[in-house]
Design a protein around this ligand. Structure first.
Ligand code: FAD
Length: 352
């Protein structure tokens, strides 16, 4: 397994439980951070066979979310409340480490994949690690995915920047139970404030890369002006990228090769939620291997590819001529509490 994030650790755990001999290599040392807001839907816990209370009992941060505050950045917001937790906020440095340890797989940390060669029916990684099957779970820049598709990737990624830092109660007015989402006026992306215990996560992601720094600067000024994050310009921001599912045909399998999670480009296009697809694909890949009884040829791995393409179909395209009108309509609809609850939050973000 190349990569020990949620996709890799989930896949490793299912294989390990089925009696496979799994080795995870990761270039990082865990606990490591991952650029991410850390918002997880209940489906993630179901797919992980993990009770949120069991996770909380370990002493790790888990913030129940019972509502969302949404707006076009700078305009009045709408609050959508529920009577139960509809999501959770976790810290990726804790969550990913917990999942990796829980997988019980052998882990080689600080070991980037530097080379991958085929000898007969065996893969040789870094000139000395032998494996019959290699699973690429190395995130957006996964070297296994790159080897499978070649250097050229014409698919446009979502670009994002994020910061997570400690806050005191008197310097942050964001309510942990009600994260805030601020949509860009052109609806090409959104920014967020997610509070989790003593930490605040702020960030912005956009499909359109142009003038990205201006959007980040504008958001930072807004956070400081509205006292949501008074030190937003002083904290360290990290950049990253991800692919929304259905944005292009990337190979998902090869002879003795599979890719899962961000390496396969699976984040949900409307919300950018990628942890659930990572866990789901990691699990599906492992279940395909177990069901195949150890057969790992390209044809044997097809059920994984077919099922993943069925669950993550191509995103519908908006005709260019309609785009302006559709966006104006979208901005109008976002002032409607009913649209916000039933479509934006329930359907697009919670996929209820
Ligand atoms: C700014 C931002 C905010 C986001 N917010 C959310 C959110 O709130 N909720 C949500 O569900 N999703 C969110 N996502 C998406 C989510 O973070 C990803 O979809 C998710 O982390 C994918 O998991 P993964 O296991 O596929 O990859 P990753 O979590 O990226 O794990 C990949 C692992 O591979 C390792 N690796 C990389 N290269 C190599 C190499 N060469 N050799 C060995 N190891 C390697 C890395 O060290 C890492 O540990 C966000 C993404 C961004 C960019």
């Amino acid at each position: 397994m190349v990569g020990g994030g949620p996709a890799g650790s989930t896949c490793a755990r299912v294989l390990q439980n089925a009696g496979w001999n799994v080795l995870v290599i990761d270039r990082a040392r865990f606990p490591r951070d991952k650029v991410c807001a850390g918002w997880v839907t209940p489906g993630v816990f179901r797919l992980l066979d993990l009770d949120p209370d069991e996770y909380r009992a370990t002493g790790l941060t888990i913030q129940p979310i019972t509502g969302f505050r949404t707006s076009i950045l700078g305009s009045p917001s709408i609050e959508t409340r529920y009577f139960r937790p509809v999501s959770y906020a976790i810290r990726r440095c804790e969550f990913d480490n917990f999942l990796l340890v829980r997988s019980k797989a052998r882990v080689l940390e600080e070991t980037p994949l530097a080379s991958l060669e085929r000898r007969g029916d065996t893969w040789i990684a870094n000139h000395h690690i032998e494996a019959r099957i290699v699973i690429g779970a190395g995130g957006h820049f996964c070297p296994v995915a790159r080897q499978m598709r070649g250097e050229h990737d014409l698919v446009q990624a979502v670009v994002a920047r994020e910061a997570e830092f400690r806050v005191e109660d008197d310097e942050c007015e964001v309510d942990g139970e009600v994260p805030e989402l601020f949509f860009c006026r052109d609806l090409e992306g959104y920014a967020w404030c997610v509070r989790k215990g003593g930490h605040l996560n702020i960030g912005i992601g956009r499909r359109d890369k142009s003038h990205f720094n201006d959007h980040v600067e504008n958001f930072i000024r807004f956070l400081e002006r509205t006292r949501r994050a008074r030190r937003a310009s002083l904290v360290r921001w990290h950049g990253h990228a991800y692919l929304a599912s259905g944005t292009g045909p990337r190979p998902l399998t090869g002879d003795g090769l599979m890719v899962v999670g961000d390496a396969a480009g699976l984040a949900y296009p409307e919300s950018g939620e990628g942890i659930r697809p990572a866990v789901e694909s990691g699990r599906l890949a492992a279940e395909t291997l177990v069901a195949g009884g150890g057969r790992i040829g390209r044809d044997d791995l097809q059920p994984y590819e077919a099922e993943l393409r069925r669950r993550y179909p191509p995103a519908p395209r908006t005709p260019a001529a309609l785009t302006g009108a559709v966006k104006a309509l979208g901005r109008g609809l976002m002032r409607s509490p009913a649209f916000t609850r039933h479509v934006l939050i329930d359907r697009w973000f919670l996929r209820a």
